[in-house]
Design a protein around this ligand. Sequence first.
Ligand SMILES: [Mn+2]
Length: 320
Amino acid sequence: MPDPDPAALEAALARELLLLVHHHADADSVGSAIALAAAFPGARISATDGLSAAGRVMAERLEVEIEERPPESWDGTLIVVDTSNPEHCAPLPECESVVVIDHHQTPGKWPAGTLLVHESTAKSTAEIMTRLLAQLGVVLTPEMALPLLAGVYADTGHFRHATRDSFEVAHTLAAAGGDPREAMILLDRVRPQAQRALFLKAAQRLKFSQEGKWLLATTRTGSFESGTARLLVILGADVALAASGNKKGQVRLSSRASSAIIEAGLNLAQLLETLADEQGGSAGGHPGAAGFQAQGDPDALLAMARQGCVAKLKSLDEGA
Ligand SMILES: [Mn+2]
């Protein structure tokens, strides 16, 4: 990876640290931030648009405070974890020294001078963070290793998408006192009934079609788009798209794909980035899991994303 200059990074980390997680921060983002804060005592962690259920449960169980709003400006260094695009953690506090540590595909436009620790081949930010802490000479403690290991579990889909590097990092973390069983328990949760009801409603509105040899499912939901899309893939879809819209005209769309179709060459991040280029808004993610947000009509944007998928699936089948 094109590492930032180690001396510049060390100088940035020597200042007072404010860590920022992405909107609806997941276990990888929260776990990486908690570990970094444990390595640099005094560092504050802040969110800008809440935590996901997994992120919240992790912070609660580890008794780590995550501020609901960052200060408007910061004199030290701002470290953004697990975020490809500044829009996904907006509003960004004003700060002259910014570091971004991330593993999503395409980094967005960060302020000039931002130090980017970016590895798109890493399956989790926790993996990058583990290596980075070692490079900085930090001795991993169980307080750092446990949330990092949970981050690796979460972002590798409990090692289904793990690489050799993920296992190597997991071994390092387990050896440093991150107990694998405890990391699993840290992620365990029963979804609240209201959330399960939303999933069932989304299932009622589900539409699907067969495109060549692939099953494509779409649905509208009130919230939890990514969980919804993930569950549709578990039900049997090769590609699932779930969209929500609110009264302010904000649309969120999340997508998930089966391993078979990712293997065949589908890249959801690319697909949604194309949609964002054409329709405005922003997109990011990975080949098998990507998101898109914009202003507009959720049904229309969902239909466009679906059309993009159909065209891509055709070309996959023809190429095969
Ligand atoms: Mn991540």
